[in-house]
Design a binder for this molecule. Sequence first.
Ligand code: ATR
Length: 273
Amino acid sequence: MAQNRAFVMGHPIAHSRSPMLHGYWLKRCGIEGSYERLDVPPQDIDSFFSGFREAGWIGGNITVPHKTAVIPHLDHIDDAARKMGAVNTIWWEDGVLVGGNTDAIGFLGNIDELAPGWDKGKRAVILGAGGATRAATYGLLSRGLTVALCNRTVSKAEALASHFGAGVSAHGMNALPELIAECDLLVNTTSLGMIGQPPLDIDLSPLKKDAIVYDVIYVPLETELIKAAKARGHRSVDGLGMLLHQGVVGFNRWFRIKPEVTGELRQILIDDI
Ligand code: ATR
C-alpha cells in the first residue's frame, strides 16, 4: 500500500489551493508522498471514515462543509478545534486520530511575518461573525488582546462573544466608527471584498495612525480595504499568508518536517489567483 498519503477533503473541492501548496513542499523537501484532493459529499462522510485506517491515510485537511461534521469520527480534538467548533486538520498520534484547527496559528503566523511587533497593541476590532472570525478571535485572545466583534447581524456576534467569554464584546455596525478610533488592529473576516462580492466600504479616517489593517481575504490579494489602508499609510496584512502558515502546521504533523514559506511559493500562489 502507498505510504505518506495525505488529502484535502471537502465538497466541492476543485477550488482548493492546498494541493498546490503541499505539492510544492513535498517536492522541495524530497518526500515521497502525495496530497490528494477528495470530493466527499456529506452523505459519504460515514463510509469515508469507516475505511479510513485501512486506506492508510496519514492525515489531511478538512474543509467546507465538513469542518464540524467530522468531529464525531475522531478520537480526540484539540483545544483550538473545540473552541472554534471546527476541525480543519486531522493526523495520527500514537494510533489516536486527532482533529485540530490550525487557522488561528495561520492567522497569527501571517501577521507575525508581515507586521512584526503588532502584538504590542491591546485592542482589536473584528468585522464578521463566521468561521474565520472564530479563528481570528481565538488567535488574538491567545496573544492577550481584547476583541470587539462587529457584525451586520448583531445576534451572531453576541453568540460568539458569549461563547468566547472574557475579553470579547459584540456590537452592530453602527458602533464601528467609535471602535475603530480606539483599536490597534482592524480585521476583516466578512466575505465583503472577496471576488464576486461587493467591497467592504468603511471609513478608515478614525483609525489611529499606527493601527494595522488585516484582511483575511486573498482573492483578490489586494482588496479595496487593503488599498485604502495603504493609501492612509497603515501597515496592512493580506490573507494569503494565513493559508501558507496554517499549511505549515498540517504538513509538519503529517510528514514530520516543518516546511518553509518561501517567496517562490508565495509567487506560485499569487500567479494562480
Ligand atoms: P466564513 O465562515 O467563511 O467566515 P460566513 O459564515 O459565511 O463565512 O460569514 C460571512 C460574514 O460576512 C458574516 O459575518 C456576514 O454577516 P452576517 O452574519 O450578518 O450574515 C458577513 N457579510 C456577508 N455579506 C455581508 C454584507 N453584505 N454586509 C455586511 N456583512 C456581510
